[in-house]
Design a protein around this ligand. Sequence first.
Ligand code: SME
Length: 148
Amino acid sequence: MNNELITMAKGLIDEKLPLVSNLSNLSSLIKDNIKGTSWAGFYLSNEMHDELFLGPFQGSVACTLIPFNKGVCGKAAYTKVTQLVPDVNKFKGHIACSSTSRSEIVIPIIKNNECYGVIDLDSDDYDNFNEEDAKTLEAIADLVSILF
Ligand code: SME
């Protein structure tokens, strides 16, 4: 695990701030500290917990609405399990927001057994993310869950 990144995330999160402020700074922190990341940000669950909408992010323009169980983000939200995708072309139903994206990792944000959103990272390189990134980002998702 990248304990340094987790410590920085802990230092940034301030429960007194609006959610959008916390998530905006976190998306920047994550993009700057996980190598090879072209896009990092949040998709948040609607009230019914059946659709994700685009939240704060760093990177190029992205799709705005993703139903639970569609694409990599929707699968992470629906199954509540981290999705580590070394080659997006081999993931059935991958939603291509960017034609240059090659690998992706999506971590669900869980509180009281409900998915409140996901952290999504894309890379223009194949196989950019690994298990260590997954553990680090899962720890950050746990920190974020207190904000919901
Ligand atoms: N590729 C994602 C969609 C979001 S973008 O990567 C920012 C997916 O398949 O869910």
